[in-house]
Design a protein around this ligand. Structure first.
Ligand code: UD1
Ligand code: CA
Length: 462
């Protein structure tokens, strides 16, 4: 039977004090909801029903390309049980295993979810709930058991003071329901509780009352089900995820001088013997090869880095560098820049949407935009491709082994042929043929002895 996941993400997240829905707050480089969706997919859910409400537009837009997600709108937020009822009405009735997850528990592992599904199948349960025993159980629903048998979940707010102390096993917020029995009985929930809400947690008691089998599975890692309700919990969850990712990278052969200062997103790959220095952020689908040194102070998003590269105090966005490329300190590569093998982007240079050929160098204080540089090119310090006339972007073509003198303006569209040489401080507005010298500047005037006489005259005034 295919697995369906219902992910609740309609809550307002009052405790976040935000204008955005809680589940759109970022944990590392992805919103909280994305983490739940990913875990559900990794655990084999083929159908994902996302219950949205507050800030629904933001969620719909974020997931607009995800064909496996069905949106269900919970117009009134009457509690988690109501959210599931709306899902059953709009996307159900369900059959097969139905995973119920909250969009605010981003640390849940796919393996844990899979083991819950397994447990549910083994006992033909109507409901299987993942439980935990956190150091501080405040706020969590408590598991009420008799003779090791789950009887009910009592929300923190509905517990007596004695129960709050005595009941330490908590509801993690992950459940595996039998889709059919869930759909048939969801209407039985009542809202006679402290918050006048329909609690999904009450389904446990409902099933027990009906004589349907219910069981609990304990989650060994009590950090895993951490619910993010406040910005403090968001920071805690981010820290836990940072450690989890960094530990697995280090286990796979990546070095970190100080792992607390390295932030790597969940879709990033880093090769063996690469080193990540402090204040390095690797986001999106960044891929770093082997034997690289990245950082300090570097931020890469959707970057592809070859082997044996050095990326020092550099920002690379949506761009690629091939093997043995050196960047920085303080280079900025963006918008589809591509440095080929052994090329260099030096200090205070910005490269946008340009291809830089093998061994070519842009070492100091330059802007190269919408250009193609052949191999073995040298761009003198302070040179700029003037690619924008206020309305259009134009292309600059620079052949192999071209030498551009310092402080050269290349007014695009313009082509500089193979092996050409451009004298320093030229403003190049027309094409330079291969092998030519092009120079655009006024002749230097030198007057012998002029300065000596000048200083002498000035001296006489005192
Ligand atoms: C919930 C559980 C609690 C459990 C804890 C684990 C209930 C009643 N309580 O408490 O037993 O220990 O999670 O983290 O389920 N949501 C909706 N629609 C609603 C209300 C909530 O979609 O009408 C969504 C929220 O966006 C959120 C999730 O459901 O993602 C959980 O709601 P929340 O208010 O955070 O529940 P907790 O108080 O944390
Ligand atoms: Ca919560």
């Amino acid at each position: 039977m295919p697995v369906t996941a219902i992910i609740l993400a309609a809550g307002e997240g009052t405790r976040m004090k935000s204008r955005h829905p809680k589940v759109m707050h970022q944990l590392l480089d992805h919103p909280l909801a994305w983490w739940s969706v990913r875990a559900a997919r990794q655990a084999g859910a083929q159908r994902i029903v996302l219950v949205v409400g507050s800030g629904a537009e933001e969620l719909r837009e974020y997931f607009s390309d995800d064909a496996d997600i069905e949106f269900v709108e919970q117009a009134e937020r009457l509690g988690t049980g109501h959210a599931v009822r709306v899902a059953c009405e709009q996307a159900g009735p369900f059959s097969g295993p139905v995973l119920l997850m909250y969009g605010d528990t981003p640390l849940m592992r796919a393996e844990t979810i899979s083991s819950l599904v397994k447990e549910a199948k083994a006992h033909h349960n109507a409901c299987t709930v993942l439980t935990m025993s956190p150091v501080d159980p405040t706020g969590y629903g408590r598991i009420l058991s008799e003779d090791g048998q789950v009887k009910a979940i009592i929300e923190h707010k509905d517990c007596t003071p004695e129960q709050r102390v005595a009941l330490t096993e908590c509801n993690s917020g992950l459940y595996c329901f039998c889709g059919r029995r869930l759909s048939e009985n969801i209407g039985r929930l009542r809202n006679d509780n402290a918050q006048s809400e329909y609690y999904i947690t009450d389904m446990v008691g409902v099933f027990v009352g009906l004589g349907e089998p219910v069981s609990a599975l304990r989650c060994e890692d009590d950090q895993e089900p951490l619910g993010v309700n406040s910005r403090i919990q968001l920071a805690q969850a981010s820290k836990i995820m940072q450690r989890r990712i960094n530990q697995s990278l280090m286990d796979s052969g990546v070095s970190m001088l100080d792992p607390d200062q390295v932030w790597v997103g969940p879709e990033v790959r880093v090769g063996q013997d690469s080193e990540l220095l402090p204040q390095t952020f690797l986001w999106g689908k960044t891929e770093v090869g082997a034997d690289c040194v990245i950082g300090p102070n570097s931020r890469l998003r959707n970057a592809r880095v070859g082997n044996s590269c050095v990326v020092d105090e550099t920002v690379i966005e949506e761009s690629a560098i091939d093997d043995r490329v050196k960047c920085g300190p303080r280079a900025y590569l963006r918008g589809g820049a591509h440095f080929m093998e052994g090329a260099k982007a030096g200090t205070h240079v910005e490269i946008k949407g340009s291809e830089v050929g093998e061994g070519s160098k842009v070492p100091h204080l330059s802007y190269i935009g919408d250009a193609r540089l052949g191999k073995g090119v040298n761009i003198g310090g302070g040179s700029i491709t003037c690619n924008y006339d206020g309305k259009h972007k134009s292309h600059t073509e620079i052949g192999d082994h071209v030498f551009i003198g310092s402080d050269t303006m290349m007014v695009a569209p313009v082509t500089i042929g193979d092996g050409a040489l451009v004298g320093a401080s030229s403003c190049i507005t027309s094409d330079v043929p291969a092998g030519a010298l092009s120079l655009e500047r006024s002749r230097q005037t030198t007057i012998e002895g002029w300065a000596d006489r000048y200083w002498e005259e000035l001296g006489k005034e005192d």
